[in-house]
Design a protein around this ligand. Structure first.
Ligand code: CP
Ligand code: NVA
Length: 306
């Protein structure tokens, strides 16, 4: 089987992505019923490169490999030769001689692509400055669990046109739902990505209008990792873009709220929003484990249907 990578949601077909969501739900239900008895990757190894901080991503990938009977290696630039200038391609070739699959959280998406191009084993994007596709697997899984098929439904992104927003755009395209992006002027997502999504995606600047009747509202921090020095300016620029209970009241009665987390209470969300029953963020965070198990299984074994 040719090596498949997961650098963005566009690396899998819509049919494969829908399979992955259903498979993640099956894997989750079996784990709840039977415990971690499914061990297809005994003694297999996942290498995890983290150039940025993480709680959910690290714990979910590491736990996924433990449940699967395998092992995960935490690697950081501070204590690998990558951090001392060993070329990305050389590192990729060496790792492929030893491990079965690789996960990378880094700044440059081009750097991730360079690694993947040299890797004979699957490479998973665990967040770059441009995309966070693993989070969208968990988000679409959560939306599906709560409300059935997402096809034709409407989600609203409030906030920065950042890596998460870009992955929501790709998700709208691949899972065939509508996405309203509502951002302050100057914080729009990549125009080419928006254009490629066609009429599924629209951009506006008024949160009160954007959420009207929508089935799902989501947001993210105003300053992402690597943008810390812009925090004060962004707090000013995003004034009026906080997601509150009152804003959710303008959406559909059945509306859900998602946030990839970590959240900054009192900034992009009201201090109490995560306690609102419409917020399903803990389920969403937990689904990182199940969705990534389905992803690892798919990349190593292809479609599994049992
Ligand atoms: N949502 C997410 O990726 O969280 P971490 O940064 O904690 O991994
Ligand atoms: N946009 C955020 C997501 C964190 C999971 C960041 O890149 O920091």
């Amino acid at each position: 089987m040719a090596t498949r990578h997961f650098l963005t949601l566009l690396d899998l077909s819509p049919e494969e992505l829908n399979h992955l969501i259903q498979r993640a739900i099956t894997i989750k239900n079996r784990l709840k019923a039977q415990g971690p008895t499914y061990t297809p990757f005994t003694n297999r190894t996942l290498a995890m490169f983290f150039e940025k901080s993480s709680t959910r991503t690290r714990v979910s990938f590491e736990t996924a490999m433990a449940h699967f009977g395998g092992h995960a290696l935490f690697l950081s630039p501070r204590d690998t030769q990558l951090g001392r200038g060993e070329p990305i391609g050389d590192t990729a070739r060496v790792l492929a001689e030893m491990v079965d699959i690789v996960m990378i959280r880094t700044f440059s998406h081009a750097g991730l692509e360079e690694y993947a191009a040299a890797s004979q084993v699957p490479v998973i994007n665990a967040l770059t400055d441009d995309y966070h596709p693993c989070q969208l697997l968990a988000d679409v899984m959560t939306w599906t669990e709560c409300r059935g098929s997402v096809k034709g439904k409407t989600a609203v992104w409030i906030g920065d046109g950042n890596n998460m927003c870009h992955s929501w755009i790709n998700a709208a395209r691949q899972f065939d739902f509508r996405l309203r992006i509502c951002c302050p002027p100057g914080y729009e997502p990549n125009a080419d990505l928006v254009a490629a999504a066609g009429d599924r995606v629209e951009i506006s600047h008024d949160p009160q209008q954007a959420v009207q009747g929508a089935g799902l509202i989501t947001t993210d921090v105003w300053a992402s990792m690597g943008q810390e020095e812009e925090q004060a300016k962004r707090e000013r620029d995003f004034d009026g873009f906080q997601v509150t209970e009152a804003l959710l009241d303008r959406a559909a009665d059945s509306a859900l709220f998602l946030h990839c987390l970590p959240a900054h209470r009192g900034e992009e969300i009201s201090t109490t929003l995560l306690d609102d029953p419409r917020a399903v963020v803990w389920q969403e965070a937990g689904n990182r484990l199940h969705a990534q198990k389905a992803l690892i299984e798919f990349l190593l074994l292809g479609k599994v249907d049992d």
